[in-house]
Design a protein around this ligand. Sequence first.
Ligand SMILES: CC(C)(COP(=O)(O)OP(=O)(O)OC[C@H]1O[C@@H](n2cnc3c(N)ncnc32)[C@H](O)[C@@H]1OP(=O)(O)O)[C@@H](O)C(=O)NCCC(=O)NCCS
Length: 331
Amino acid sequence: MFRAKIAGIGHYVPDQVITNHDLEKMMETSDEWIRERTGIMERRWVKEDENNVDMAEKASLRALDQAKLKAEDIDFIIFATLSPDYFFPGTGCLLQERLKLPTIGALDVRNQCSGFIYGLAIADQFIKTGMYKNILLVGSEVQSRGIDKSTKGRDVAVIFGDGAGAAIISRSDDETKGILTSHLHAQGKYAKELWGEDPGSVKEPRISHEIVDSGSIWPHMNGKQVFKNAVTRFPQVILEAFQAAGLDKNEVDLVIPHQANQRITDAVRMRLDLREEQVYSNIAKYGNTTAASIPIAISEAIEEGRIKDGSLVCLAAFGSGFTWASSLIRF
Ligand SMILES: CC(C)(COP(=O)(O)OP(=O)(O)OC[C@H]1O[C@@H](n2cnc3c(N)ncnc32)[C@H](O)[C@@H]1OP(=O)(O)O)[C@@H](O)C(=O)NCCC(=O)NCCS
């Protein structure tokens, strides 16, 4: 068996900054409410000429550059998103064409906020068995076109943002480094607590004026239920990873939680009794970018020198599904 490592990582966020004060002009909300409940100060939104694949391409080129690889070195693409450019084909195929890659496989992963860790676990298995050497793993989201920007949709609209992160997962020659363990969970019983009902194949036609007018095209979130489950599942799955790796949680250099909400991150940190500097947060700048939030955070943590050679890093996510997941990595 081989070991897989993150050989390079990059991120891209749109230039357009949307502050809480900008949102105050669109809906009944306030900077104070948003900061207090979520810790978010601003987020990025794409402009008309920018799509999911455009952000993914930019993040991928940065990741390739850091890994010192060329696009043709990539053997496989894994693309995590809940906001694909089209219902089908998957955005992974669009990215393959953009990067002028040969006929390598491209897999789209639909696990929302846990999508990047699900993708990482899939990549890890392909590398371990020797099937592939270099995999491009992307998390990219255009949330701004899928939220109700009126007062009716404010509970969801203020939380989410756009952005992309990409990682090159490669075979490692160093046995002591790389992805140590990954843990994936789901509980479909809570599917409707955080979901996008329409358009879907339950209705014929999938989309109509009636469906649009009913408002079911906008995401629905039971905030309290999400919060309650998140603060339980995050610590559980983080501890599961440490136990599987035979390591103590206090050895962690950095926990990178999916940037769901600062209050969730703070509650998880307190439950795990970790110091503030052991838990990464950039939600104030970007909001919740779903599958993109973890790779953006890893990329920034490396730039800031908070992840160094030898650092023990724990990734953890929770989101729609419900799904939750963790991964422990020695850099
Ligand atoms: C969404 C969340 C911040 C709401 O906080 P809360 O304390 O549960 O707030 P409530 O839902 O009780 O709403 C309180 C009031 O604020 C209002 N409100 C909701 N969104 C608002 C907004 N953006 N601005 C102003 N007021 C808002 C509600 O309408 C409600 O008003 P009411 O009391 O007159 O009915 C909180 O539930 C949460 O953090 N949930 C987790 C969300 C999350 O992380 N999602 C992503 C997971 S991947």
